[in-house]
Design a protein around this ligand. Structure first.
Ligand SMILES: [Fe+2]
Length: 259
């Protein structure tokens, strides 16, 4: 059995608020909750948007917050991240690729590619030639569970769907015709969804920071107001190829709201 903790989108800032939200308080609550209740997990995967504004100091801040974790932490890069600052401050596995921040985790019976879908200067994601080659080489007969920041397909979330992975069909063609991909885990959308794509199950997760509202009533980025929903993280169990994801609330909505 492999137990994995999955968190996403902390949007850490060393100072200040995101609207009325203190992202430091939420991250600390998540780490404390995980250390208290899930210190037996194999590791924590953090699926991108570690910071919100690419400030070097924010990476130093989140690195020291994550250092409190009792289990190893594996961070992915999101649209709001910056590769150079990310590499400069966060411990990464030794097999991390040169050009992109992607690497393969392994358990005794599975492999877990963690992808870099960041596109410099854009909130949408990218699956370029170099990254296609890397993933193609990573796809083997071993049961495979992929973590990535950008969804490779639309999710009926009109606003988030405008900033999904741009080359999503190439990604879906690859994982549905080769290898042994059993599940995809996706950040970015700040909202829990699940389903299948080309027959492969996927899940997204609410953010550690602010939550995106449901698509109706309609909203857009200019009028964006976060949903008054509590944050959560995922507790994943992979047992004999079977996957369970428990959405786990770690604090009340009010925690970290400063008015
Ligand atoms: Fe985000």
């Amino acid at each position: 059995m492999t137990k994995i903790i999955w968190m996403t989108d902390p949007h850490f800032q060393k100072e200040g608020l995101i609207g009325d939200l203190n992202p430091r308080t939420r991250l600390q609550a998540a780490i404390d909750h995980m250390n208290t209740h899930h210190a037996d997990a194999a590791f924590l995967v953090l699926s991108g948007d570690l910071v919100g504004k690419n400030y070097m100091d924010d990476y130093a801040g989140i690195a020291s917050a994550l250092a409190q974790s009792k289990i190893p932490v594996y961070p992915l890069i999101g649209n709001n991240d910056d590769r150079a600052s990310f590499r400069a401050h966060l411990p990464l596995p030794t097999d991390v690729a040169d050009e992109f921040i992607q690497y393969r985790l392994a358990t005794n019976d599975a492999q877990i590619p963690c992808l870099d879908t960041h596109m410099t200067g854009s909130h949408a994601g990218q699956f370029c030639e170099t990254r296609r080659d890397w993933l193609k080489n990573a796809l083997t007969d071993t049961p495979t569970y992929i973590f990535m920041h950008h969804p490779p397909m639309g999710l009926h979330l009109p606003q988030q769907d405008t900033i999904k992975l741009q080359d999503g069909s190439a990604f879906l063609d690859m994982i549905s015709t080769g290898g042994n991909v059993r599940h995809i885990f996706i950040g970015h959308v700040h909202r829990p969804t699940s389903g299948t794509v080309r027959g492969i199950p996927f899940a997204t997760l609410g953010a550690l920071s602010f939550q995106a509202p449901a698509p109706q009533p309609a909203w857009d980025w200019d009028s964006f107001v976060p949903a008054r929903e509590a944050p959560h993280y995922g507790v994943l169990y992979i047992v004999d190829g079977n996957v369970t994801l428990q959405y786990t609330q770690f604090c009340a909505y009010e925690l970290g709201i400063e008015t």
